[in-house]
Design a protein around this ligand. Structure first.
Ligand SMILES: [Zn+2]
Length: 253
């Protein structure tokens, strides 16, 4: 890695520690609550809230994980069709959720990469889920995540009128505080978000980090080069490591 790359990584690690240190612990507030965890793609629920989910399930609290897309477009592959990749990721999702103690897993069937165009239909679907499941807290991706599906799910989840909502960062958690890939027009708002001294919330991963690790390890298609193809797109090990720290963090949405 270049010197500049190493400096960006070090700044990210420092930023994550600082955010977690100054966050308010909401473990007690969330204890015993019925949770609905909304994920754009299979794996976001685990990276963003895996330990929180495992903690809630260990205490007997109801948790439903609803995944908007099947993740069919996470990589190009000559060996695996998009439908094959979707089947694989569905299997990984169920294995990961089992590791976290969750059996209530819903796949909403929206196209991977297509949530922005389907925001109204997604909002309608989520409104129905809130009505049927009656969650006390909805966990949703934060709008600072650079992926358009994450932003679209954030917006739809709020437009659907959640009871109480907490946003969890995925891409933004890894890319802050520098946001090297962000569009210049977004950067000032992202820097302001990363610099906010108040408003951060945290839940320690504690003894539930082991279940989170097990759930992460179910996602081999996302964390390894599964087929060995040079074009197989997968997550950087430093990305994965950023989510296996002592806390998960949230902000009120
Ligand atoms: Zn995602």
């Amino acid at each position: 890695m270049t010197l500049a790359g190493r400096a960006v990584q070090a700044a990210g690690a420092r930023w994550r520690r600082r955010v977690a240190d100054r966050a308010a612990d909401v473990t007690g507030t969330l204890a015993g609550r019925a949770l609905l965890v909304l994920a754009p793609h299979p794996d976001d629920e685990t990276f963003g809230c895996g330990a929180l989910i495992a903690r809630a399930r260990a205490a007997g609290s109801p948790v439903t994980v609803a995944v908007a897309t099947d993740g069919a477009r996470s990589t190009a592959s000559a060996r695996l069709s998009p439908a094959g990749l979707a089947r694989l990721r569905t299997g990984e999702l169920h294995a990961a959720c089992a590791a976290l103690g969750v059996t209530d897993v819903l796949q909403l069937g929206f196209p991977d990469g297509g949530l922005t165009d389907r925001r109204d239909a997604l909002t309608t679907r989520l409104r129905g889920l809130y009505r049927d499941l009656r969650p006390e807290y909805v966990l949703l991706p934060c709008r600072q995540d650079a992926h358009p599906d994450h932003r679209a799910l954030h917006e739809a989840a709020l437009a659907a009128g959640p009871p109480r909502a907490l946003a969890y960062p995925v891409w933004a958690w890894f890319e802050a505080p520098v946001f090297p890939a962000a569009a210049a027009a977004d950067r000032v708002a992202l820097w302001a978000w990363a610099a906010a001294r108040s408003g951060w919330l945290r839940v320690p991963t504690g003894p539930y980090l082991a279940a989170k690790r097990e759930a992460v390890s179910a996602y081999l298609s996302q964390t390894t080069n599964l087929t060995g193809e040079p074009g197989w797109s997968h997550l950087d090990p430093r990305f994965v490591a950023a989510f296996l720290g002592p806390h998960e963090v949230f902000r009120p949405a």
